[in-house]
Design a protein around this ligand. Structure first.
Ligand SMILES: Nc1nc2c(ncn2[C@@H]2O[C@H](COP(=O)(O)OP(=O)(O)O)[C@@H](O)[C@H]2O)c(=O)[nH]1
Ligand SMILES: [Mg+2]
Length: 313
């Protein structure tokens, strides 16, 4: 976590997520702002909190309007929101526990999870929001589930690779999503791979499904595969990280600008400073892992993940 957020801040952020009225939001945002470490790395977060605070204050002044966010609506945080989907007992809540500070209930009976629960997962220098959800079961699905899934940027379908019904479950999840006209999740997480036979089961699953999903083997129990899972999730979000540097200086590699895949040098420049949009002449392109650095590129050049840009105006 680049910003080094303390427990008080995280508690306030949690409070903000659960806040339903503007008054609750204001209180939580004020706490977030007070407990946020103030340094260069958190400038964007500071600005973000200020913006949300001013919006919440505006909302609180509107008369005669009852403001309540539906309980299943989880406001997006971080680089992207990813819904954890799948049959009961596949380990969705366990994955959330293993990857974030969230503490969902985990149990070996179905329907332990009744409400959506968010948590922030670190992928290198970015935070990705995971949302744990109740199971997608053809027998019973919470009526609000489609909305909660739709709100996410993509999903990770979590299955138990050792469950003999695994393939049927994937099929039934796919059918339910199709019925709701929801896109297929970007990631297929094969969980419980540390059990005997688990790796072979995952390999078989990946053979079958790698055309449709980005497969990722994990064990929420042992922690195996979790770092790779975070990367796969980041890739499924179709995002790129871009760093900036001043001429003759080193790049600030801890706080990337996160852009949609396909973004150009111009899009990156616009994120950094609005003046760049008009005055940018060219950029020099560096890369964390590249030898031939400092290539001159124009504003239409498409950036790649971990590109470092030096803007010249
Ligand atoms: N052996 C093993 N058990 C797991 C793993 N992940 C979850 N479980 C167990 O599977 C059961 C269901 O887990 P839970 O996270 O509640 O599943 P959910 O219904 O998908 O949220 C619990 O008993 C967990 O302890 C894993 O990686 N390996
Ligand atoms: Mg659960």
């Amino acid at each position: 976590m680049p910003a080094n957020l303390g427990p008080e801040y995280l508690a306030a952020e949690d409070e903000y997520r659960r806040a339903e009225t503007p008054a609750e939001k204001i209180a939580a945002l004020e706490k977030m702002f007070a407990t946020l470490p103030k340094h260069k790395g958190t400038e964007k977060m500071q600005a973000d909190i200020r913006r949300k605070l001013s919006q919440a204050r505006k909302d609180s002044q509107k008369k005669g309007v009852v403001h309540s966010t539906p309980f299943y609506y989880i406001p997006r945080e971080g680089a992207g929101q990813v819904a954890l989907l799948g049959p009961a007992n596949s380990g969705k809540s366990s994955l959330l526990r293993a990857l974030t500070h969230a503490r969902p209930e985990v149990a070996d009976y179905p329907f332990t999870t009744r409400l959506p629960l968010p948590g922030m997962m670190a992928f290198e220098n970015v935070q990705i929001q995971l949302v744990d959800l109740p199971p997608l079961s053809p027998e019973f699905a919470e009526p609000w589930l489609p909305q909660a899934i739709r709100n996410a940027n993509t999903g990770a379908l979590v299955v138990d690779v050792n469950d003999p019904l695994c393939l049927d479950e994937i099929e039934s999840v796919e059918r339910m999503l199709e019925g709701w006209r929801l896109p297929r999740p970007g990631v297929l997480a094969g969980n419980k791979t540390a059990l005997p036979g688990g790796e072979a089961n995952f390999a078989a699953l990946a053979d079958l499904y790698s055309g449709r999903y980005r497969p990722a083997p994990v064990s929420a129990l042992t922690g195996a595969g979790l770092a790779a899972f975070a990367r796969v999730v980041f890739e499924a979000l179709n995002l790129v990280r871009v760093y900036t540097k001043a001429p003759g200086k080193k790049a600030e590699l801890s706080s990337p600008y996160v852009l949609k895949r396909g973004a150009t040098v111009m899009d990156a420049a616009a994120h950094v400073h609005k003046d760049f949009v008009e005055h940018l002449k060219f950029a020099r392109l560096f890369h964390k892992h590249s030898e031939h650095d400092g290539l001159m590129v124009d504003r239409h050049h498409v950036v790649e993940d971990e590109d470092i840009l030096e803007f010249h105006v």
